[in-house]
Design a protein around this ligand. Structure first.
Ligand code: ATP
Length: 496
């Protein structure tokens, strides 16, 4: 019997992650440190496969996107210009009795109150009108106040105000401040994009829900620069216009309407997106998320309400995933940042941040798709988690599975072990694979299923007679018999 997704609890997932070396809390011997996590041998491979595939998909296989790798700490002026010092804030409430601190939005959510206006005044009003109390001890809550999410540090030998620097809360600014350099690689032509994957830090008031809300996490981000006069000339639009997904515009949300299933092409024609490039990046993002195994049924594109928009954006769509234990939650945001960042950096630095094309000086507009790697991994694990006869099977798509192949001697004795070793040695340089000799063959299959190994190769009695092995498929449990000499070719076929 297969467990339906809805039955999965966060505790089950956390337990699997710990048991199988995927992800675990940081500094656990000291009681752990909220919002920080460590990744074990299986987790690190899964994460790497996902970000490597992201890089292949969005950078290596395109000639209009260039990669960069920026530093975490940047000149403090960057964050003044970007608006983060003043406006990268959450609204905080504190319990007057137990002094627990919460995001205003979260205490309202915990009290079952729907927020449809994200302004601070509305949060305050809802807390008072509904007499919302502390979710921990039931105590009275303070007035809401601003809380800047940037983590600070000091650079240099003196710890003083003048030496404050920030750990970046997004990777985007690295791409904006280097914009001029990249125009050269783009041969002074628009459009082009800059892509970056890297660590970011946010001093979240209440990190929670495992890796969903961390204080240190990774972002994969593209800043895609377009000519503002050609916002609706996307030559790649055909690639995505047929993708159909639930779309929840701000009007639908305000009118209490359900999200509507629409193709990206129809939604664009109906004026849902700020421009065609914005629509394209929503579609392309969905294509990638489906490629790594997420079911489009569990994805939707939700437009931000005006009161929810970041200070730099005129329109943002969140790609939300349906987590059975959390509901619909953002895993990626796709914002139209216009020329806000280039304009501000030009103003603050005095540099001329435009591109000269056909004799014209253009300050491009920017569409920014921004994925949270931890949240994508959480969605992938959630989607892949299933149960068969009370055992966990992680149905990861082969391209991101930490191990592609397990090699097993049917019996734990010679000559089976020797033959298994030969097969393993032949495969190990070509595929991420392992040899497992311990426990019964059933236990070994079960262990491999739990970490999502898509193919198992068994050396059995017939192998010793005719040099063939079986390949077992994780999801169907079917087996096929293949000559050892043809194994590499066969696995390559299966993996592609
Ligand atoms: P939220 O509203 O949940 O705080 P956000 O809108 O501030 O998120 P963005 O600034 O758009 O998030 O960041 C880009 C992506 O980074 C998000 O789509 C999300 O996947 C991820 N992300 C943001 N905050 C966190 C966090 N604290 N922990 C893990 N991932 C995060």
């Amino acid at each position: 019997m297969v467990t339906k997704m809805k039955e999965l609890s966060l505790e089950e997932l956390v337990s699997l992650c710990k048991r199988r070396g995927i992800i675990f809390p940081n500094s656990e011997i000291y009681g752990s440190y909220a919002g920080f996590f460590d990744w074990g041998p299986i987790g690190v491979e899964l994460r790497k496969n996902i970000v490597d595939y992201w890089w292949d998909f969005f950078v290596r296989s395109r000639d209009d996107v260039f990669g960069m790798y920026g530093s975490i700490i940047m000149h403090p002026k960057v964050w003044e210009a970007s608006g983060h010092v003043e406006r990268f804030i959450d609204w905080l409430v504190e319990c007057k009795s137990c002094h627990s601190r919460f995001k205003a939005e979260e205490v309202l959510e915990a009290a079952g109150i729907k927020v449809s206006d994200y302004s601070p005044e509305n949060h305050q009003r809802l807390i008072i009108e509904n007499n919302v109390k502390c979710p921990v001890c039931g105590g009275e809550l303070s007035e809401i106040r601003k809380f800047n999410l940037m983590l600070e540090t000091y650079i240099g030998a003196v710890k003083s105000e003048e030496n404050i620097a920030y750990l970046r809360p997004e990777t985007a600014q690295g791409m904006f401040v280097n914009f001029k350099l990249f125009t050269v690689y783009a041969r002074n032509q628009l459009p082009f994009g800059i892509a970056q994957i890297g660590k970011v830090f946010r001093n979240e008031i209440s990190p929670r829900n495992f890796i969903f809300r961390c204080r240190e996490f990774e972002i994969a981000e593209i800043e895609y620069f377009i000519d503002p006069e050609k916002e609706n000339d996307c030559p790649f639009f055909k690639e995505v216009e047929g993708i159909t997904v639930k779309i929840w515009t701000k009007e639908m949300q305000k009118n209490d309407q359900e999200p509507k299933e629409m193709s990206i092409g129809d939604a664009y024609n109906e004026g849902v997106f700020s421009n065609q490039w914005h629509a394209y990046w929503v579609g392309k993002s969905l294509e990638w998320l489906m490629d790594i195994g997420l079911n489009i049924e569990h994805l939707r594109a939700r437009e931000h309400l005006e009161t929810e928009l970041s200070h730099y954006s005129i329109q943002t769509f969140d790609i939300e995933y349906y987590f059975p234990f959390l509901g619909w939650k953002e895993i990626e945001g796709i914002a139209n940042r216009t020329n806000y960042d280039l304009r501000r950096h030009a103003e603050f630095s005095g540099e001329k941040l435009y591109i000269t094309m056909d004799g014209k000086k253009i300050m491009p507009h920017v569409i920014e798709p921004s994925w949270g790697v931890e949240r994508v991994v959480l969605a992938v694990l959630t989607e892949a988690y299933s149960k068969a006869e009370d055992r966990v099977v992680l149905k990861l798509v082969p391209k991101i599975a930490p191990y592609k192949v397990g090699v097993y001697p049917l019996l734990r004795r010679e000559p089976f072990i020797q033959k298994a070793r030969e097969v393993y040695n032949m495969l190990k340089r070509r595929f991420a694979c392992f040899l497992d000799i311990s426990g019964s063959i059933g236990r070994r299959y079960a262990r491999a299923d739990e970490i999502g190994v898509p193919f198992g190769i068994t050396i059995d009695h017939q192998t010793l007679e005719d040099n063939t092995v079986t390949i077992r498929f994780r999801d169907s449990k079917e087996q096929i018999r293949v000559r050892i000499g043809e194994l590499v070719e066969e696995l390559n076929k299966l993996l592609s």
